[in-house]
Design a protein around this ligand. Structure first.
Ligand SMILES: [Zn+2]
Length: 344
């Protein structure tokens, strides 16, 4: 099956000035896909702007109007980390709409799987607040859209960005139709994502947090994927899998303290693809969240595409970690999470 990618130069127009979340991130990805010849193997999915009605599936009207107003005034800061330029509102509509389009392309069978290369990212944005470089919660909006349009009962979101997706968790905390699983460095920004956060009363067990100590590398992440994420996904039996993909767990990332390699990203993507093939006819949509070392970001996105395409051999131009931080022991954590969520 064809593998799709969402991209449009409009995503470069969200101008953040002196910031780590910059247009150069997407430029690095696209030029790496071009230089390696991978882009020609992919099917372009053209994004469209999300409508205000679609944003309202997750966000309060008042907040949407506020973001539009700030753009109209020439931009400004929405929180200590999140800045807008005049074009940012329109770009953010295209980011949410891009993930919606990726979902549509997969659900309608235009492509087998897809990766939405969009910015601004989304997983920290809540119903009424911008946060952590995010304006609108792209993956949450696309998930709500998919539930409604395709009348789905079960969607799984896997979020392996190094930060906890507080906004996505909040959007579905009381919704038993969406399982949210997050691996993240902890304690760390934004502070949420403890193992005790497991879902509201009507949705108990459909939020699974895997808060990892600094220093986790490929071995630790693969253990978590195999021992927690795979059995949890099988139990939930989703009809569609969406992924908040950040590369900020790479060992070169300037913001976080994990030790994952590009090879590790490929293995994680392979496990997720295996789950999609086994459980939901391969229906799988990745969307870009963080990742601030441009080389690691570009190489990890390419590795993900290689896995989706079924290409053999993962290029890892950066190699394995020289270990900036001591390896973490996560055996007890894994046991505790398996017990809380009754995973075999
Ligand atoms: Zn992040």
């Amino acid at each position: 099956m064809a593998v799709g990618y969402v991209y449009d130069p409009i995503y470069l127009k969200h101008d953040t000035g002196q910031h780590v979340e910059v247009a150069a991130r997407l430029e690095a990805i696209v030029s790496h896909l071009e230089q390696t010849g991978l882009k020609s193997q992919l099917t372009l999915i053209e994004p469209r702007p999300a409508s205000v009605e679609e944003l309202s599936l997750v966000h309060q009207k008042q907040y949407i109007e506020q973001v539009q107003e700030v753009a109209g005034r020439g931009g400004g800061w929405l929180d200590p980390d999140t800045v807008m330029s005049p074009e940012s509102y329109d770009v953010a509509l295209y980011a949410a709409g891009g993930v919606i389009r990726a979902v549509e392309a997969v659900m309608d069978g235009e492509v087998g799987s897809a990766f939405a290369l969009v910015r601004p990212p989304g997983h920290h944005a809540t119903s009424q607040q911008a946060k952590g470089f995010c304006l609108f919660n792209n993956i949450a909006i696309a998930t709500q859209y998919a539930l409604a349009k395709y009348n789905l009962e079960r969607i799984l979101i896997i979020d392996f960005d190094v930060h906890h997706g507080n906004g996505t968790q909040a959007a579905f905390y009381d919704n038993p139709r969406v399982m949210y699983i997050s691996t993240h460095e902890y304690p760390f920004y934004p502070g949420t994502g403890s193992i005790e956060e497991t879902g509201g009363r009507a949705a108990e067990g459909t939020t699974i947090n895997i808060p990892l100590p600094a220093g986790c590398g490929d071995d630790e992440y693969l253990k978590v994927f195999e021992q927690i994420i795979v059995p949890a996904a099988r139990q939930f039996n989703p009809q569609l899998i969406l992924v908040s993909a950040g590369s900020d767990l790479h060992w070169t990332d300037p913001l976080a303290m994990m030790e994952v390699s590009v090879t590790g990203f490929g293995k994680m993507a392979g496990i997720i693809k295996g789950l999609a093939d086994e459980l939901c006819g391969g229906r799988l949509v990745f969307t870009l969240e963080g990742g601030y070392n441009l080389n690691a970001l570009a190489a990890s996105v390419k590795a993900t595409f290689d896995i989706l395409l079924g290409n053999t051999g993962i290029d890892d131009p950066l190699g394995g970690s020289p270990r900036r931080f001591e390896a973490a022991n996560i055996e007890r954590l894994i046991r505790a999470i398996k017990e809380i969520h009754r995973l075999l």
